[in-house]
Design a protein around this ligand. Structure first.
Ligand SMILES: CC/C=C\C/C=C\C/C=C\C/C=C/C(=O)SCCNC(=O)CCNC(=O)[C@H](O)C(C)(C)COP(=O)(O)OP(=O)(O)OC[C@H]1O[C@@H](n2cnc3c(N)ncnc32)[C@H](O)[C@@H]1OP(=O)(O)O
Length: 283
């Protein structure tokens, strides 16, 4: 098995671990690109056009983290290869008129990915080079630091605008990032923030004017985290995150049932259908 450190610089890593529920190596590796750098890896989402988080995409991200941690990778920069988009969030088509089996796998895989990334021993920096609504914002918030490209992109948890509700662990992640009051308001309104607004409320940590600067700043940020003794840094992160992680770990089944039942209601299905139509009409 190749290790992250043994492959040539910038070479794409294959996904190697086998699992009955996981997608094939070929289909996973086309969705996420892993590049080795000096002492860390860049994880680029590359599911065109908008990095929507389908079941396969979620599993590809999960698989990447498994491989990286197994290969003793110390840090990652999570970013996007899709111009102007970090991630459009959960793939709405996964929730619209789904089969029970697929919907169950979809949500359970998302729970796993959140537990992995939010609780990762690696130092994690999100380089948000485009829009990051809902699930896209969640991915970014799972990281230890967020660098956002300044411009027209928006970031936030906009679930209520789709007629759905951000689950408790999305809310916990939001509260841990921007605090209770800002979260209460933004969750109800489904607010999407400009980079300047996101910086002001602490949803992102730094803004950068262009991609060249962005890469350098993200690397410098990651190195700052990696200079701290790893165990002390990780345990400090867990002081903030462990309650939310414990909560979902202990209630996965109930959370899954709640999601599946909620997603299948007529009101939610109608809302998602209309939202998909409105996205399609734009084009
Ligand atoms: C009590 C509680 C219990 C349980 C909880 C229950 C439910 C809650 C569950 C989950 C929480 C949900 C989390 C989510 O992440 S929902 C997804 C939210 N995402 C969005 O609202 C973003 C929608 N997309 C956009 O706004 C734009 O696409 C974007 C700004 C990202 C990019 O704009 P651009 O103009 O560049 O591209 P488009 O032409 O709009 O899109 C291209 C193409 O992609 C399709 N598309 C976009 N986003 C999605 C998506 N999230 N899922 C699937 N498909 C998406 C879009 O339709 C276009 O398709 P096509 O017309 O075929 O080219």
């Amino acid at each position: 098995m190749m290790s992250v450190t043994s492959i040539a610089r910038n070479k794409v890593l294959p996904f190697l671990r086998k699992s009955t529920k996981m997608q094939s190596t070929a289909s996973l590796s086309s969705l996420v690109k892993l590049e080795e750098k000096q002492g860390y890896a860049v994880v680029s989402m590359q599911k065109t056009p908008v990095n929507s988080l389908s079941l396969e995409m979620i599993q590809a991200l999960s698989q990447s983290l498994i491989e990286l941690e197994k290969n003793k990778c110390k840090g990652i920069i999570l970013t996007s290869a899709c111009p102007g988009i970090f991630s459009a969030g959960l793939d709405i088509r996964e929730m619209y008129q789904p089969t029970d089996d697929r919907l169950n796998q979809f949500w359970s895989s998302l729970q796993t990915l959140w537990l992995q990334l939010y609780g990762s021993k690696m130092a994690t920096v999100a380089l948000i080079n485009g829009h990051a609504p809902a699930g896209g914002c969640l991915l970014a918030m799972c990281c230890d630091s967020r660098i956002m490209l300044n411009g027209k992109s928006k970031i936030g948890l906009n679930e209520t605008k789709l007629g759905i509700v951000a689950p408790s662990w999305f809310k916990d992640t939001f509260v841990n990032t921007i605090g209770v009051r800002q979260s209460e308001r933004a969750l109800q309104l489904g607010s999407l923030f400009s980079p300047e607004e996101a910086l002001k409320i602490g949803l992102v940590d730094k803004l950068v004017p262009d991609m060249e600067t962005a890469t350098a700043v993200a690397e410098a940020e990651l190195k700052e985290f990696l200079q701290i003794p790893g165990m002390a840094r990780y345990l400090s992160k867990m002081k903030i995150r462990e309650a939310a992680i414990k909560d979902l770990s202990e209630t996965r089944e109930a959370d899954l049932n709640q999601f599946v039942n909620f997603a299948k209601t007529d009101a939610v299905q109608k809302g998602l259908g209309l939202y998909l139509q409105s996205l399609a009409k734009k084009n």
